[in-house]
Design a protein around this ligand. Sequence first.
Ligand code: UD1
Length: 428
Amino acid sequence: MTLWLGDGDMDKFVIQKSSLKGEIKISGSKNASLPIMAATLLTDEECRISGVPNLADIRTMIKILEVLGKNIEFDNNVLIIRQKDKKSYVTPYRLVRTMRASFCVLGPLLARRKKAKVSLPGGCVIGVRPVDLHIKGLRELGAKIAIQKGYCIGEAKSLRGKHIFLGGPFGSSVLATANVLMAAVLARGETNIEYAACEPEIVNLALFLKKMGARIKGEGTPLITVEGVDSLGGADFKVIADRIEAGTFIAMALATGSNLTISGANPFHLTSVIETARKMGADIICKNSRINVKPKRVLSPVNITTLPYPGFPTDLQAQFMACLCLADGISMITEKIYPDRFMHVAELNRMGAHIQRSGPYAIIEGKKKLFGAEVMASDLRASAALVAAGLVAEGKTQILRIYHIDRGYEKLEDKLKGLGAKIKREKQ
Ligand code: UD1
């Protein structure tokens, strides 16, 4: 197995003000790859998944699948997943606590192995992040689930299709939809998932499951219909490009006032983001899988509300906030998915931004300049926001704890260096 090790635990980024230029190729989607990897538990046959980014979160999911009895090769962004003789159904806390997406092995384990013991993920820096919808949906399919000593212990002698309403207080849930969908494909009869997440990563998962032999309709809409089948086979599949990485590079172009071409991404997955960037004054031309961004010199302020897809993604809120710190006026961000996802506010303010937060709202008063400082990465997307801010700030910015970046951006500093950024990885 060839792994790119970004040993980010002890690393920091040192960034100087830069302007960027050129073309950047977007990697495969982390958030599409993770549930697709979990879905390979639904078969004993070999699966080949290409376009998988080499990231810490992917390596965590590899470890989980290995613990559950899979044999895995990972080379050149291609995963080959085969079944070993030994099959387990236990996913330990030490693996789940580092990555919440690990919880989406629950549905496939219950559907295929009839038993599951999966650690509950616990808290997270961006908010409480409950898993009640996952459990509700799986229980409605007939799984018996108990919570004991921090573990979710489930048994599913036979799953039966049902009409399930999966909406929660914040709307649809991406990974709850994935979990219930992966269980429903092997349940007897028809399942309807109402208020299903419409994210492209769910559509991608449904396409993978269909390649394995599942019968699914309505993916990409709030009503997914599944006709259960007896068994699923192996599949050869390519994951979609990472729309959040593409959106992050749009934000970097806006922040630094640079002309960038972002290639390999699907512009239709980024409509709300492109629309927002245009309102901020960028000239954006999309042609096939290329997005050409030409920002104007001074950005216009905008109001952004994060919402489930096709709304503006919460995973790009921090990066766009960094841009709005330099807009000519006052902007407001309303965070409707994770109302506490504002750890980056204090760090951006340390760089000279003027942001006031009140509950799920942040008011951003644009400034002419930001200034380099020592700042702390708190989560994956907040770290990317600090990189964008560091690239436009006067002087030197040092971002500590960049292991968060290594969880979700493949070779970010190499890609940025290729565009002319002055960014170095150093020991902390
Ligand atoms: C996924 C993404 C994450 C993104 C998020 C929202 C992956 C691996 N992660 O996370 O990057 O930020 O979607 O787009 O794909 N909720 C409940 N009960 C539940 C589950 C969720 O109330 O059982 C709430 C959450 O607290 C949140 C909202 O629903 O307020 C949406 O969260 P959800 O879509 O579930 O996020 P994830 O799927 O965990």
